[in-house]
Design a binder for this molecule. Structure first.
Ligand code: ZN
Length: 154
């Protein structure tokens, strides 16, 4: 299996069987996101502890396979991480999507880096980048107590 096939398989798997797709028990923050160009909608639920660590995170929503896979991958990747670390991970992720830079995030396992890299193919489809980043921006909104819905077109 070459790397492209591996990436495709990871995205398909997360798209078909999204992880943490529910309303997590005891969430204390949440935010909604909408990508009108594609019709993706997500609602991110977040439980931040007193030290701003992501104790739990989950999502609900509907949308294309990329948006659902990315939300699923996000919840798996940042659960248990400090908010500041999660923000750094997002920065690397955005750079990867824009510039195709390779991921080698120290705070993540090799498997987790590979799983995040599986979304790198969207770089060639600018509209798809919005699908892939929607849940991540929504997570930041939830954590920072911003009330308005994330809209990829605003
Ligand atoms: Zn989409």
């Amino acid at each position: 299996m070459d790397i492209k096939e591996l990436y495709q398989e990871i995205v398909l798997d997360h798209g078909k069987n999204p992880r943490n797709k529910n309303k997590c028990v005891g969430f204390n923050k949440d935010a909604k996101g909408h990508n009108p160009l594609c019709g993706d909608k997500v609602h991110v639920y977040l439980k931040l502890d007193n030290n701003k660590k992501v104790e739990d995170i989950s999502f609900e929503g509907e949308g294309c396979a990329i948006s659902m896979a990315s939300a699923s991958i996000m919840t798996e990747t940042i659960k248990g991480k400090e908010f500041n670390v999660a923000k750094k991970i997002l920065e690397h992720f955005l750079n990867m999507l824009k510039e195709g830079s390779k991921l080698g995030i120290n705070s993540l396992s090799e498997d987790q880096n590979t799983t995040m890299m599986s979304l790198s193919g969207v770089k060639r489809f600018p509209m798809r980048v919005k699908c892939a980043t929607l849940a991540w921006h929504t997570f930041i909104h939830a954590a920072e107590d911003k009330n308005e819905t994330v809209n990829t077109e605003k």
